[in-house]
Design a binder for this molecule. Sequence first.
Ligand code: GLU
Length: 596
Amino acid sequence: MSSRYHYRHRRTRPPFRHLVRAAKLLLAVLLAACQHDLGAPLEVSSPASLAIPTQKPEVPTQHMIAAAHPLAAEVGRDILRRGGGALDAAIAAQMVLSLVEPQSSGIGGGAFLLHYAAKTGAIDSYDGRETAPASALPNMFLKPDGKPRKFFDAVVGGLSVGVPGVIRMLEMAHREHGRMTWWELFQPAIQLAEKGFAMSERLATLVKRDKYLNFNAAGRYFFRDDGKPKTAGTVFSNPALADTLRRIAASGSEAFYEGVIAEAIVETVSRAPINSGGMTLADLAAYRAEKRPPVCLPYRQWLICGMGPPSSGGITTLQILGLVQRFDLAQLGTNTAKSVHIVAEASRLAFADRNVYIADPDFIPVPVGGLLDQGYLALRSAEISPFKAGGRRAPGMPGVGAVRFVPDSSEKGYSTTHLSVIDAEGNAVSMTSSIETAFGSRLMVRGFLLNNQLTDFSFLPVRDGAPVANRAEPGKRPRSSMSPTLVFDGGGRVIMAVGSPGGSRIIGYVAKTLIAALDWGMDMDAAIDAPNFVNRNGATELEKGTELEALKPALEAMGHEVNLLTRGSGLHGIRVTAEGFDGGADRRREGVAIGD
Ligand code: GLU
């Protein structure tokens, strides 16, 4: 087996690497200096500005992993080299991400994972979404005057923390698909946590601009003794996380959901200096990961599968594709006003349904079959004019007896991570993992951050006298937009694994990447780096600083309200080609795709 690196990305271009890095650093410093708003863009480069010639490396043929941090990808690849399967690599890489990309995901958060088993052809989807504690109330995010709180007033502290799901979910998937021992998979992260790692540029930038992080344990961890934020390149260890991971490695998920770790979580949540929360030991002990039916839809000659509810990601991405299916997007052209218009119109319709019908299926009867019914999609698609924007769309009626709920607001999100793995046998994992906003609730326990996922619930429990589907309730999972995706060819072979962070825009980022790869014939890197465009049943957003900006007048002439999109994706994907694996890591983040 070759020991060569196969970075299918900017890291395959050594002569330019330092230039690009220097330019990114300079931009990062400039941005950090002039931005104080957490909603402002972090992205330090645009794909267009980094258009540099590609030097094609040897194509990996054995296995591949694409993840948001080189150390996580390297650990995952090492597991694959040692004979581990795709699921083993994903677990080991996720543990490393908890350490090196703590702003995005970790054992204090939740995840959704799609697994394809090559031998049996089984597609399993695992739900490790956080649950609301028994004390949660529908009005938990309302002010005393009955109005919803400002988003960040609710994020920081204990109230927003859902019972973490990552560990139970990975343990469940490992029982079914793991090849190496659970214990082994934790060792690389434990060693790194003890030895230390260098802080990445993105992590340093996020620490610096965060208004809420410098207190308690997180403050002590991310800031220096003189109160200044640690800077990029600072090497530091996390002995508390090493200890936590060692316990979970030795005793399984019980070590997390019961005993000293569970006690520390409850204590931290209930004693949070602001917004103390009501999570109890019983809430933690009761947490269950769930296996859910994956959602799949044929798209042209392919079959595309995603995560069902409580994520809205799979259904909405598939609806967008189902609605554009009757248009020849290849002929309408790559990144043209005509193509962007069609996809944006489809996205409006899909988001109109998403906002009304999708929430936790254990609480709400989600009409999954109706939403993905070909006849229904054909009727909805007939509403799309190739020439004129349709404005804000009303939800459809997906099937007899579907229960309608009033729409809720779209959540925001600035962290989250996606990783894709395909092993030598053709097993595949597509996993999106999150603690919601960057640094989650900002509460740190035993070396890891706790999520703020409960703010993905609608803050308003009732609107116009009707209950909101995605309102908070005890034991309920907040609706997500995470969209881990697998694509299959006509022979049932997996040909792509992809996903992204980005809050509800994830759906648009993933749909664009699928269209770029499948309709526009781009390779994985190009499809990922292709400029993003999103419509969440409002303005059409075009990625700032890219060639899409030039489409603004044409789209406006068709009736679109056009905004420039400053937030970025973090897509990580793998395509299977006749030559081997074609991996892609989003230039907007720090990841790599590597294989042998
Ligand atoms: N919490 C969001 C969701 O589950 C993801 C946040 C993000 O992507 O930053 O949809």
